[in-house]
Design a protein around this ligand. Structure first.
Ligand SMILES: NC(=O)c1ccc[n+]([C@@H]2O[C@H](COP(=O)([O-])OP(=O)(O)OC[C@H]3O[C@@H](n4cnc5c(N)ncnc54)[C@H](O)[C@@H]3O)[C@@H](O)[C@H]2O)c1
Ligand SMILES: [Zn+2]
Ligand SMILES: [Zn+2]
Length: 384
């Protein structure tokens, strides 16, 4: 089946700008970019909205040992398919789509295993910041720029592999669907798909930012019993309760006992499920040790800084606690993301509430600053 193609370079008044990361530690630069047409198996997206996530800030900071520059960052984006390359059948021009940093090819060992949402098909090239054929579609100031996480949503147009994009109903506006590209899906999926929280089970969520608030939503959907939000910022209590937490604990305000001891007391022996949504390895330990002996499971979601390691006494695992983790909540993007959109449209998944700040693409650096403030859950960037 051949799809219609349009060549960006033939269109004269094509507004086409991006926020480019020329070097680590410097602000993004808002400027003209050339985005080449999609080649075989690729899709060019007109990005309408993108979220800004900690991973973008981490790579921009230069602390990510795998970060390479110059690069177009961004991985929480939604928009419309503008053109498709040869052989693309999974999406059509005009489709509303969400970019997927965790692709789904449906044919690799990982995809066929039925045990993971990780896909191996384009892992090597995605990690190197190039398209599957080893080249880049971005150029600015006469230089090739790298892609990021297979998505690069901080550009008004981006090119992705066809396995890195999913079509969703236009009933969900792109300023909401973009947030399903990372944070919200990650938390919700961690509770519903990875942990499979059961009815009546006791849950503790460490860190209630965008990801943790979504874990709370997943725990509510699966009818958990006690849903305990743990955060060092008291300002998060109201947020946590709004998203379904039944209890809130600030671990810095406990006198004479650790957070794990406190949670074990609150739940008569420990939690059935705990989630780290902070990226702090000390918190990961506390989350594991707050689990119920014999069966409690702790899910690591937070991304720790380079070189950090986790520790606990092995006896914690010998006595039945389970330590695991997930990326993108364990959600298979092409297969399962449309279901999350349905949950949103049915009122079962909050998305609108996450948007606390908005910026135009030209002020994207302010979005990075706001992300570091305690009252920001998500800043959505308008790409138009
Ligand atoms: N695994 C994945 O696929 C994936 C995807 C997205 C984000 N992440 C990671 O998830 C983590 C959370 O992301 P977010 O966007 O929700 O971040 P966020 O900054 O919005 O939220 C983090 C929350 O943790 C709280 N916190 C910090 N230190 C704490 C401590 N010691 N104890 C308790 N609470 C503490 C903060 O007050 C804040 O409310 C980050 O590490 C991010 O990189 C992972
Ligand atoms: Zn992210
Ligand atoms: Zn695959």
């Amino acid at each position: 089946m051949t799809q219609p193609r349009r060549d960006l370079n033939q269109c004269t008044n094509f507004p086409n700008q991006a926020a480019i990361a020329w070097e680590a530690g410097a602000p993004l630069s808002y400027e003209d970019i050339e985005v080449a047409p999609p080649r075989a198996g690729e899709v060019r997206i007109q990005v309408h909205h993108t979220g800004v996530c900690h991973t973008d800030a981490y790579t921009l900071s230069g602390k990510d040992p795998e970060g390479a520059f110059p690069v177009v960052l961004g991985h929480e984006g939604a928009g419309i398919v503008e053109s498709v390359g040869e052989g693309v059948t999974s999406v059509n021009v005009g489709d509303y789509v969400v970019a997927l940093y965790t692709p789904e090819c449906r044919e690799c060992k990982f995809c066929k295993s039925g045990k993971t949402n990780l896909c191996g098909k384009i892992r090597a090239t995605q990690g190197k910041g190039v398209m599957p054929d080893g080249t880049s579609r971005f150029r600015a100031r006469g230089k090739d720029l790298l892609h990021f996480m297979g998505t690069s949503t901080f550009s008004q147009y981006t090119v992705v592999a066809d396995i890195s994009v999913v079509a969703v109903t236009p009933k969900i506006p792109t300023d909401r669907s973009c947030l399903l590209g990372c944070g919200i899906t990650t938390g919700y999926g961690a509770a519903v798909v990875t942990a499979k929280v059961e009815e009546g089970s006791n849950v503790a969520v460490f860190g209630v930012g965008c990801v943790g608030l979504s874990v709370l939503q997943g725990a509510v959907k699966n009818k958990a019993g006690k849903i305990i939000a743990v955060d060092v910022n008291d300002g998060k209590e109201a947020w946590a309760r709004k998203f379904g937490a039944t209890h809130f604990v600030n671990p810095t305000k406990l006198s004479g006992k650790t957070i794990q001891e406190h949670l074990i007391e609150m739940t008569d022996g420990g939690c059935d499920y705990t989630f780290d949504c902070t990226g702090n390895v000390g918190v990961m330990r506390a989350a594991l040790e707050a689990c119920h002996k014999g069966w409690g499971e702790s899910i690591v979601i937070g991304v720790a800084a380079a070189g950090q390691e986790i520790a606990t006494r092995p006896f914690q695992l010998v006595t039945g606690r389970v330590w695991k983790g997930c990326a993108f909540g364990g959600i298979k993007g092409r297969t399962q993301l449309p279901g999350l959109v349905d949950d949103y449209l049915n009122g079962e998944l909050k998305v609108d509430e996450f948007i606390t700040h908005r910026q135009p693409l030209s002020a994207i650096n302010s979005a990075f600053d706001q992300m570091k403030e305690g009252d920001c859950v998500r800043c959505v960037v308008d790409m138009k």
